[in-house]
Design a protein around this ligand. Structure first.
Ligand SMILES: NC(=O)c1ccc[n+]([C@@H]2O[C@H](COP(=O)([O-])OP(=O)(O)OC[C@H]3O[C@@H](n4cnc5c(N)ncnc54)[C@H](OP(=O)(O)O)[C@@H]3O)[C@@H](O)[C@H]2O)c1
Length: 391
């Protein structure tokens, strides 16, 4: 075991670092693939049980360099730093251990001189968006990246509704994880344009606070800590709960509902009763100008059926780096507004960072996005079925 860890090549950046991305893997397969590259291709792949033994002992560290190109000209260089949180240790029982990992990853980013750092997945959840929990930052700023994530979730819902000929204004929208940073941001953006909202999370007081805020904007809705208790069935669902593993069952939604799973790890259980529903992964964007990793982690760090697709939380730091805006754009919890979403979307779009083509666990939902062409709208939905064609 010690042998494998000792052989992980350490690459210190010798160049200016515009951005750093802090992340962790949502599956053992993904973690194993990263270790395989770090150990060097010529070594025999480690068996799964050995990976599970090794991973908890690997300290957070820089895994690769990341280069991105802007559509407006220019580029930015960064690092990907993995916290190496074992995929089965995201639960609350490991919070102290995981917090220490996030802090150590943040130290790596600060030492590298990164100007801006995006906190991916649970790394921002663990510190609750409170950057005071991170080490002394010198000239490095942090962002949770959640504002651009909300932007891509909302864009995805609107685009999918248009493709499927659904009327958003007549829809009942269910948000799971509605009191979270991402969930409440989605609620602020979408509640005013749907007929009714259903808010779900475990803490009733926090749910009441979000509902009160929406009510003041004239939004009608219901809240419940129990998904079974909503009297109304939802026809659009956003899953944005911080679940340690894909365990959400959705058995009381409308037939043919539209479901956006924005969780990392994914929220939806493989056993969720979703026959007839359209499910897509949300919060993802695509870099039209190009993305590369050194050493080559293509398809390992970005495990999506389309090229150059990255989670919105990481893309936010990249977009801000391309823009030269080194500021903590998203911080805290519950402050994401439609205005801030529009601002970060504009910055991202200027550099060719757009909503990713749709996919889910079964693969692409659309024809390959021709991302080399000028327009982000140069692609066509193929097997998103309009209601008239559904059985
Ligand atoms: N796609 C992307 O690019 C992207 C980017 C950022 C974040 N994310 C993911 O989005 C999710 C939310 O992130 P966040 O930053 O908004 O986290 P957060 O602020 O910690 O909010 C988490 C929300 O989930 C709720 N929750 C937790 N366990 C639940 C359960 N068992 N049932 C129902 N609700 C539950 C929490 O409320 P209670 O504690 O009251 O239940 C809270 O409303 C995470 O999976 C995160 O990794 C994805």
């Amino acid at each position: 075991m010690g042998y494998a860890v000792a052989n992980l090549a350490r690459r210190e950046p010798a160049i200016e670092v515009d951005f750093a991305l802090i992340g962790h893997q949502e599956s053992w397969r993904a973690a194993a693939d990263i270790l395989a590259v770090l150990r060097g291709g010529e070594l025999t792949a480690l068996p799964d049980d050995e990976i599970k033994d090794i991973l908890p002992w690997i300290p957070p560290r820089t895994v690769c360099h990341v280069d991105i190109e802007s559509r407006a000209g220019g580029n930015a260089r960064g690092l990907y730093i993995d916290c190496f949180i074992p995929p089965d240790r995201l639960e609350a029982a490991y919070v102290h251990e995981n917090l220490a990992r996030v802090r150590a990853a943040a130290s790596c980013a600060i030492k590298s001189g990164a100007k801006i750092v995006s906190l991916g997945g649970f790394s921002s959840i663990l510190i609750e968006g409170n950057f005071d929990q991170l080490p002394e930052k010198h000239n490095t700023v942090f962002t949770t990246g959640n504002t651009l994530t909300v932007g891509f979730i909302v864009q995805g819902i609107k685009k999918m509704c248009a493709l499927e000929e659904r009327n958003l204004r007549n829809a009942t929208l269910l948000i799971i994880g509605a009191t979270g940073d991402v969930g409440s941001g989605c609620a602020r953006c979408l509640a005013p344009v749907v007929k009714r909202v259903l808010l779900n999370a475990r803490n009733i007081e926090r749910l009441r606070r979000v509902a009160t805020e929406l009510e003041a904007e004239g939004v009608e809705g219901e809240l419940s800590t129990d998904l079974q208790r909503f009297p109304t069935q939802a026809d659009i669902v956003i899953c944005a709960a911080s679940l340690g593993c894909p365990s959400l069952l959705l058995d009381r939604i409308a037939p043919h509902a539209l479901v956006c799973d924005a969780g990392y790890p994914k929220n939806l259980s493989p056993n969720a009763g979703l026959v007839g529903a359209t499910v897509f992964f949300g919060g993802l964007g695509q870099i039209a100008g190009g993305l590369s990793f050194t050493p080559d982690f293509f398809g390992i760090l970005n495990r999506h059926p389309f090229p150059n697709v990255v989670h919105g939380c990481l893309l936010e730091g990249m977009a801000l780096a391309l823009e030269g805006r080194f500021e903590p754009f998203s911080k805290g919890r519950g402050f994401i507004t439609p205005k801030r979403v529009a601002e970060i979307e504009t910055i991202a779009a200027r550099h060719g960072i757009h909503l990713a083509p749709f996919s889910n666990a079964d693969g692409p939902l659309e024809r390959q996005f021709e991302y080399q062409t000028q327009s982000s709208r140069g692609w066509v939905a193929r097997h998103v079925r309009p209601p008239s064609e559904r059985t």
